[in-house]
Design a protein around this ligand. Structure first.
Ligand code: F6P
Length: 337
């Protein structure tokens, strides 16, 4: 059955994102249609260094399409960042007869993908991260689902914020990026949004909340990206979080009662939206088509709703600026402080 088929592999790496399963499914099914045999690698680069390969069944692929997370599981591997680690990984791939690799992940994962490609294993990247912070693609897999998760949570928080006339500070993910905060803030009609790309001005924030309250609204929602203030880690102490710090400042500099909600990792899970499933399916197909044409060292992405591919090095380590149009709209509809 698998005779004459070239083997390729797929892995997910770094922080998971809803829609990764749809991308894996697309890579496997489109790859099979292009006469590849597609093997899975468990636990990202860590699994690659251990030769943790698995075969897919159509049943497992179909049963996971609607699930968040990644059926291949994911990991962050420091060892893989060494030349020795990658040589070990390439050795496992070669021994298994694998001639190409698809990496689904974010910026850090693409650095590994580019190194593998340069060291002789043809590799293509698919952007998957809720942060949407990857350059050269308008959107990455998982972003839309994360936005919807935030919207759902803030809808509920607004109910109680209204009842108690409070300021609710909601911290959302975004290590170095304000995409989740800006887009979700717009979508929920937040009274203020704080993002890492714009230097914070907490006095201005307090003035804005005062203004909102003077205008007759007794409650406010303030969306804060976790990276605001430069302590961007979900492993830090609660008191160090951007959300806590901002809420404390508001309490100390105004008469408003505040509450903090850190949405944290629940933004990383959940059933992917239609938009994420479609995006993942399109990018999965594009990735295997590149490998079938003998093209590698590239990332597939979306620009103006068209599938594109760009050199991996163009997408790595570059800041993805906040969309000016959205930022200006936010300035009109809320206050970006
Ligand atoms: O996937 C990106 C991200 O969600 C960041 O926004 C966040 O800082 C980070 O992952 C947390 O990752 P982890 O806790 O898995 O290391």
């Amino acid at each position: 059955m698998t005779q004459n088929r070239r083997r390729i592999a797929v892995l997910t790496s770094g922080g998971d994102a809803p829609g990764m399963n749809a991308a894996i499914r697309s890579v496997v099914l489109c790859g099979t249609a292009l006469n590849f045999e597609v093997i899975g690698v468990e636990r990202g680069y860590d699994g690659l260094m251990r030769g943790s390969f698995v075969e897919f069944s159509q049943r497992v692929l179909d049963e996971n399409l609607h699930r968040g997370g990644t059926l291949l599981r994911s990991a962050r591997s420091h060892e893989f960042m060494t030349r020795e680690g990658r040589a070990q990984a390439i050795e496992h791939l070669r021994r298994a007869g694998i001639e190409g690799l698809v990496v689904i992940g974010g910026d850090g994962s693409f650095a590994g993908a580019l190194a593998l490609d340069r060291e002789g294993m043809p590799t293509v990247g698919i952007p998957g991260t809720i942060d949407n912070d990857i350059a050269c693609t308008d959107v990455s897999i998982g972003f839309d689902t994360a936005l919807n998760t935030v919207i759902h949570a803030v809808n509920q928080l607004r109910d109680t914020a209204y009842s108690h006339d409070r300021v609710y500070v909601v911290e959302v993910m975004g290590r170095n990026s304000g995409y989740i905060a800006l887009y979700s803030g717009l979508a929920v009609g937040a009274e203020a949004i704080l993002i890492p790309e714009i230097p914070e001005d907490l006095d201005n924030l307090v003035a804005k909340i005062d203004q909102v309250h003077k205008a007759g609204k007794a409650h406010s929602i303030v969306i804060v990206a976790e990276g605001v203030g430069g302590v961007p880690s979900s492993t830090r102490r609660y008191e160090e979080s951007a959300g806590f710090r901002v809420a404390q400042y508001i309490s100390e500099h105004s008469h408003h009662e505040t509450r903090v909600t850190i949405l944290g990792h629940l933004q990383r899970g959940g059933s992917p939206t239609a938009s994420d499933r479609l995006l993942a399916s399109r990018l999965g197909e594009a990735a295997v088509r590149l490998l079938a044409r003998g093209v590698s060292g590239r990332m597939v992405g979306i620009q103006q709703n068209r599938v594109v591919d760009v050199p991996l090095e163009d997408a790595i380590g570059k800041p993805k600026p906040i969309d000016r149009e959205y930022y200006e709209l936010a300035s009109l509809l809320t206050a970006v402080v």
